[in-house]
Design a protein. Structure first.
Length: 316
């Protein structure tokens, strides 16, 4: 299955939203959980692979509409080491149910269980599972989008740029003849190039919330399985930019200009590199002025309307 190429969103390098005040940050780093009891049309704890008990997903369907429904794969954040498919950082993604989309929330192996590329392998396997079993759950196998925040933004992005290729693909996870292509990606403040984060924070005058990325205690070093400066070849493989090609899906990238977890330059540079290959019609970057790592400026209805305008354009 080839990637769709009818992509029309323009790159906007200085698009700003000014909405409300901030609230505690998102990105899967808080302790909040999503109240899933209110969603009744669902299938939970479905195994999409059998290497780990972690490899499970939940499928939620809209209460209205006949389907088959386009799919939003919700990928939680948490610095690659925490978070879950019922994390509070997925709240905005579940708004998709009110917009005519099914939501598939995915758990993946965290860095304490398995290092890179296990998490990417898992996300790509979950896409293949969804496509193979779409008819069983009233899903549209040809309309699958990824939406991730923070670490989940990295995973959504790299699954998007490697879709339909042999890169970071583990056939032992099943469905090896099924495509893992997707139609669109929404990346909320995902880290992209780990090796540039320290210098970017210094350039912006922002003190990183969790210290230097180049330290041996950083989430990125734990994810890679080595100090990132000692494993530059592996870090390059974890970078979605490495795999950009002209048939990649549509991208919407959003980032707060005051993010102290992931420097905003990560998204700016990623968007520019995507645009240089895909053209100006395929990528949208929205910078949220004054916003941090998630929070109300992302979750505000005016911003979510922009996200769903993007998704509707490519998914419906």
């Amino acid at each position: 299955m080839k990637k769709l190429t009818v992509l029309t969103l323009a790159l906007v390098l200085a698009s700003f939203s000014f909405v409300g005040c901030t609230k505690p940050e998102g990105g899967g780093l808080g302790g909040s959980s999503l109240d899933t009891s209110k969603y009744t049309n669902k299938y939970v704890d479905i195994a999409y692979a059998d290497k780990s008990q972690t490899q499970k997903l939940d499928i939620y369907l809209p209460n209205e509409g006949e389907g088959p429904f386009p799919v939003i794969v919700a990928i939680h954040g948490g610095a690659f080491k925490m978070g879950s498919k019922t994390g509070g950082d997925l709240t905005s993604m579940f708004e998709s149910l009110n917009r005519g989309y099914a939501v598939v929330a995915v758990d993946y192996r965290l860095s304490g269980e398995a290092i890179f590329p296990a998490a990417v392998n898992d996300i790509k396997a979950s896409i293949r599972f969804i496509r193979q079993n779409a008819s069983d759950y009233n899903l549209n196998p040809d309309k699958i989008a990824l939406w991730g925040d923070s670490a989940g933004g990295n995973l959504a992005s790299i699954a998007g740029t490697t879709g339909g290729t042999d890169e970071l693909y583990d056939p032992s996870l099943g469905y090896e003849n099924i495509s893992d292509d997707v139609t669109a990606v929404v990346d909320w403040f995902g880290p992209i190039n780990f090796l540039e984060m320290d210098s970017q924070f210094e350039e912006s005058g922002i003190t990183p919330k969790f210290g230097k990325t180049s330290s041996d205690s950083s989430p990125e070093s734990a994810y890679i399985g080595n100090l990132i400066t000692n494993a530059k070849d592996i870090v390059a493989k974890s970078n979605p930019e490495t795999y950009i090609s002209k048939d990649d899906p549509a991208f919407l990238i959003e980032h707060g200009t005051k993010d102290a977890n992931v420097p905003v330059q990560q998204s700016i540079n990623f968007a520019q590199k995507l645009q240089s290959v895909l053209g100006n019609e395929k990528v949208e970057l929205i910078l949220l002025e004054g916003a941090s790592h998630g929070g109300v400026q992302f979750e505000d209805n005016s911003n979510l309307d922009k996200v769903f305008e993007f998704l509707d354009k490519h998914m419906k």
